[in-house]
Design a protein around this ligand. Structure first.
Ligand SMILES: Nc1ncnc2c1ncn2[C@@H]1O[C@H](COP(=O)(O)OP(=O)(O)OP(=O)(O)O)[C@@H](O)[C@H]1O
Length: 617
């Protein structure tokens, strides 16, 4: 052995190879050891064995602790996992954002909405209503009752949106019903900003009994559902970004519309509602199942634009307390797969509303070829015509396969294919029923059709009464500012009095005795008298209005639009009605002329092109 060669020992100086190896294992080793040697005369290599032992012990201890912790968790900790794509996630985030202990956490996400996943602005309607009620109270309590000062306050407040705080990523500890709980928020995205559906929340508690976690989740659900109490919740089928899958997103919760405010033949309204109620009855489901009939019900509301189709649907959802699911078939991003997945995710009892079905590019008759394409795309789907319309369908023209949109076959498939969802109520609306494929309208797909038309004299009177008849809470709220739309921006017009009960029939007037300002009080009294007098004359006024506006010419939306210009002055509305009818007629004539001109132009153009083509041939 060469005498000069350093003998590698665990305590003596190391060979060059060993130093290089150590350098790989502990980057910067040679540099540190050289510094220690030159400045402190401390030879690290002499203690290497001890250092390595400490490192090995540390690593082993760490691993052992990890394993023990894992086992401890498995044996003594209960854990709930909540995924972002589930509605419980929203319940939990909503609940968390309202917990006082969230104020104490030092790591949180501050936002104007509790969930970044929702593309729609999630406003809490109840909070907004409360704010507006408060506005009215404040307005009433103050001496300065001009609209301008009221509005300045409202706009200033609106600029400061309410902030929501939710726990940030990582672990958070809190007490719930005297039990320590841990909340972990985890975000496992693939790096892309829009890939957010991997977000998860874990809730853990000590002990093998997860009851406390279930109680918490139930409380969160209750809090979430409670805020939608007495409201119609509307969901929209959409996606948060290109490349993402379609989902139902809660877009708003609105105060239900009373059915009485939808002007339609009373019998038709009742038939519609009774039919839905009968369908929702538990015995009906059994009846359907026993006979092997798919448990589904479809309605078609058809008529000119602005005749109340959507309003009826919304009112029905409110009365029956059903959630409303809106889907825009016009969306080019919506394909067959997305449509199938959206329909399969519908809850058992709900209304799915497909508006303006004629404009969705699926009005042409399908071909069997398209149907077979669809079947091959999705083995679970059944696109084969299942009824008497089959022959008619197969002899039809080419299906309108909109680029990126959905096809008629796909729509028929989700409505009543083998994999179609059961229990839901499908409502389709259209302005052009004649354009729809008969296959779409056959019983089983559409079980009831309701026709909407231009207003009759009775409808006009009813609409007038519905608008000017005082509603329960119209004047129950104190001191709301009224903007007079008959040209001037008025100041406060409504009285500081409370009308209790149904104003139309009952009208018990309770004077607010606390008002001191005599002048204001006088004005309010006059207003009240005016309202009371208006109520007693409403039938006569409605008859007068009905006599001026011709029946069968205008839609409810048009008349409503006109009356909205005279919110509190029905007399003026009647006075101006004849002139409005004249102007509206002229406008309609002009629009019709333009449309006909355009249509003629298009036909002539097409004919010319055809001729040219023939000449060239
Ligand atoms: N029959 C009606 N009764 C009461 N209000 C109506 C009626 N028809 C229309 N309106 C009013 O007109 C507006 C538009 O109504 P709605 O959206 O229900 O019409 P639509 O028939 O669904 O129209 P479109 O075919 O364009 O979707 C609403 O503000 C609604 O209050």
């Amino acid at each position: 052995m060469d005498a000069n060669q350093t003998i590698p020992t665990t305590t003596g100086p190391l060979s060059t190879t060993d130093t290089a190896m150590l350098e790989v294992l502990v980057p910067g080793y040679s540099f540190i050891s050289r510094i220690l040697m030159s400045y402190l005369d401390f030879d690290v290599s002499a203690y290497l064995q001890i250092l390595v032992s400490i490192a090995v012990f540390g690593a082993t201890a760490r691993y052992a602790l990890f394993v023990i912790w894992e086992h401890f968790n498995e044996l003594f900790v209960s854990r709930a996992e909540i995924r972002l794509d589930d509605e419980i996630f929203h319940y939990l985030m909503f609940w968390i954002s309202r917990q006082p202990h969230m104020k104490n956490t030092n790591r949180f996400v501050a936002g104007l909405k509790t969930n970044s996943y929702w593309s729609q602005d999630e406003t809490d309607e109840e909070d907004l209503d409360q704010d507006e009620d408060d506005d009215e109270e404040t307005f009433n309590d103050e001496k300065d009752t001009s609209f301008d000062s009221y509005w300045a306050k409202v706009t200033t407040r609106d600029k400061y949106k309410k902030m929501q705080f939710t726990p940030s990523e990582g672990s958070h500890y809190f007490w719930y019903k005297n039990r320590p709980l841990m909340l972990e928020r985890e975000h496992r995205d693939g790096g892309a900003w829009h890939v957010m559906n991997n977000e998860r929340i874990f809730l853990s508690c000590l002990g093998r009994n997860p009851a406390i976690l279930k109680t918490l989740l139930a409380e969160a659900q209750q809090a979430y559902v409670e805020r939608d109490r007495n409201r119609t919740v509307i969901y929209r089928g959409s996606r948060i970004a290109a490349g993402q899958s379609f989902n139902w997103y809660r877009c708003m919760a609105r105060v239900p519309r009373p059915l009485s405010t939808v002007i339609l033949d009373q019998e038709q309204k009742e038939d519609f509602l009774d039919d839905i109620k009968e369908y929702l009855h538990p015995r009906t489901r059994r009846w359907y199942t026993n006979r092997g009939i798919p448990y589904r019900r479809g309605y078609l509301l058809h008529g000119p634009p602005g005749t109340g189709k959507t309003s009826l649907c919304f009112a029905a959802a409110g009365i029956l307390g059903l959630k409303l699911y809106l889907l825009d078939l016009n969306s080019t991003a919506l394909d067959e797969e997305a449509l199938l997945s959206l329909f399969s995710e519908l809850p058992r009892r709900c209304i799915i509303l497909l508006e303006d079905i004629d404009s969705a590019g699926i009005t042409k008759t399908r071909t069997s070829a398209a149907a077979s394409t669809s079947t091959s795309d999705n083995p679970a789907s059944d696109t084969t015509p299942k009824d008497g319309t089959a022959a008619a369908d197969s002899t039809g023209t080419k299906e309108n396969t909109k680029k990126g949109g959905i096809t008629l076959s796909a729509l028929l498939n989700v409505i009543d294919g083998v994999a179609a969802s059961e229990g839901r109520i499908l409502i389709m609306t259209t302005n052009h029923v004649e354009k729809l494929d008969p296959a779409l309208l056959r019983p089983g797909r559409v079980d009831m059709k309701i026709s909407f038309g231009y207003t009759s004299e009775a409808d006009i009177k009813e609409l007038f009464t519905s608008i000017y008849g005082a509603k329960d809470n119209d004047i129950a709220r104190r001191g709301a500012p009224a903007i007079h739309s008959n040209g001037t921006n008025g100041t406060v017009k409504l009285p500081t009095t409370t009308i209790v009960g149904d104003a139309k029939t009952n009208g018990e007037i309770v004077q607010n005795s606390q008002e001191s300002n005599g002048k204001v009080e006088k004005g309010k009294k006059e207003d009240l008298q005016r309202l009371v007098s208006l109520r007693s004359r409403i039938t006569d006024l409605a008859a007068e209005f009905g006599a001026v506006v011709p029946s069968g010419e205008f839609t409810a939306a048009e008349i409503q639009g006109y009356l909205l210009n005279y919110k509190e002055t029905p007399e003026l509305a009647i006075k101006g009605a004849a002139e409005w009818v004249q102007t509206a007629r002229e406008k309609k004539r002009a629009t019709k002329g333009e449309a006909e001109g355009e249509a003629e132009g298009e036909t002539e153009g097409a004919a010319e092109e055809e001729e040219k083509g023939e000449e060239q041939d």
